[in-house]
Design a protein around this ligand. Structure first.
Ligand SMILES: Nc1ncnc2c1ncn2[C@@H]1O[C@H](COP(=O)(O)OP(=O)(O)OP(=O)(O)O)[C@@H](O)[C@H]1O
Length: 294
């Protein structure tokens, strides 16, 4: 089956600055892909390329099999897009904006909008421009779900949302993707929201893609290892280990290798059997382990 999103050989520079070289990925129908990365690694840049706002230095993206540079309006109508909580027409109130948007979308589901909006503590006549940042994000998300798009692209969807509403929206998204076989591509800095939501996880580093794996595989295989402070940390200097750090009381490192494999490597390098502690991680801790703290 043809993927919903295909990005082939994307290289992008802003002036002399390389954002990524030869980035390749695709998203299958019905999947939720989460794009994670530190500030400035190029997440919004990918979304801008994906949605045709930005032409990459080289390479191309296709959505529903069409190149984004000349996608048809029919296919554009199948995409719901949220750009960092942005909402236009903020001179409307919540009723007016629902009425206005409904005219543009043939599959408009008003109840999806009102299901989310009923949790908002605003008066019916309050203009969107006078709402708080989180309230505006909630209106934007409600409008998006009511469009009933086949593909949702959400850049930083959790921006400004309080924990309760974030959880509510994550539940809506999960149900939406499962029940109706919708595809979702999203970014967020609130990684604990992603852990129970995304099927696949793509982690950007500066200039490159660090990792693209099923979330389940990261949760089941990626571990933190604590080794005695006396061993030479250079033995952990290879591609199998991430963010190795000498602490005052231990050496800390992260790896996809199993505890047995790490033990064998360390025994081989030091000639002694060393006690090694290991722990599985939350997705946020795994992200820190993979990308480092700074
Ligand atoms: N139009 C532009 N011209 C020059 N540099 C840019 C432009 N847009 C973005 N950048 C730079 O490119 C890098 C990637 O920016 P981008 O907004 O894609 O990052 P991001 O991963 O979305 O960051 P954040 O997590 O902070 O939202 C940043 O260093 C940014 O300063």
């Amino acid at each position: 089956m043809q993927p919903i999103i295909e990005c082939n050989h994307i290289t992008h520079h802003y002036g002399d600055r390389l954002i990524y070289r030869d980035l390749n990925f695709h998203v299958e129908k019905g999947k939720i892909l989460g794009l994670l990365g530190k500030n400035g690694t190029g997440k919004t840049t990918i979304i801008n390329i994906l949605t045709g706002y930005l032409k990459p230095t080289s390479g191309n993206c296709k959505i529903f099999g069409e190149s984004m540079q000349n996608i048809s309006t029919k296919n554009i109508a199948r995409i719901g897009l949220l750009l960092e909580g942005h909402i236009q027409h903020d001179f409307f109130n919540i009723h007016q904006i629902e009425k206005y948007y409904s005219k543009f979308f043939p599959n408009w589901k008003a109840e999806a909008y009102w299901n989310l909006i009923e949790h908002l503590k605003v008066t019916a006549k309050q203009k969107i421009s006078t709402m708080s940042c989180g309230q505006r994000s909630q209106v934007a998300l409600g409008l998006l779900l009511a469009q009933d798009p086949e593909l949702l692209i959400l850049d930083d969807f959790s921006m400004g949302l309080d924990p309760g509403y974030r959880r509510l929206f994550v539940e809506f998204l999960k149900e939406y993707a499962q029940k109706e076989d919708k595809t979702i591509f999203l970014t967020s800095h609130i990684i604990q929201d992603m852990e129970h939501l995304i099927d696949d996880c793509m982690i950007m580093d500066y200039g490159k893609l660090l990792l693209h794996k099923p979330t389940e595989e990261i949760m089941q295989k990626f571990r933190r290892y604590d080794l005695p402070k006396e061993i030479d940390k250079n033995i952990l200097n290879n591609d199998s280990f991430y963010s190795t750090e000498q602490k005052s009381d231990k050496i800390e490192t992260y790896s996809f290798l199993s505890p047995k494999e790490v033990e064998e490597k360390v025994t081989k390098a030091t000639g002694e059997r060393i006690k090694i502690e290991s722990s599985l991680l939350s997705l946020e801790d795994a992200f820190i382990g993979l990308t480092g703290k700074y």
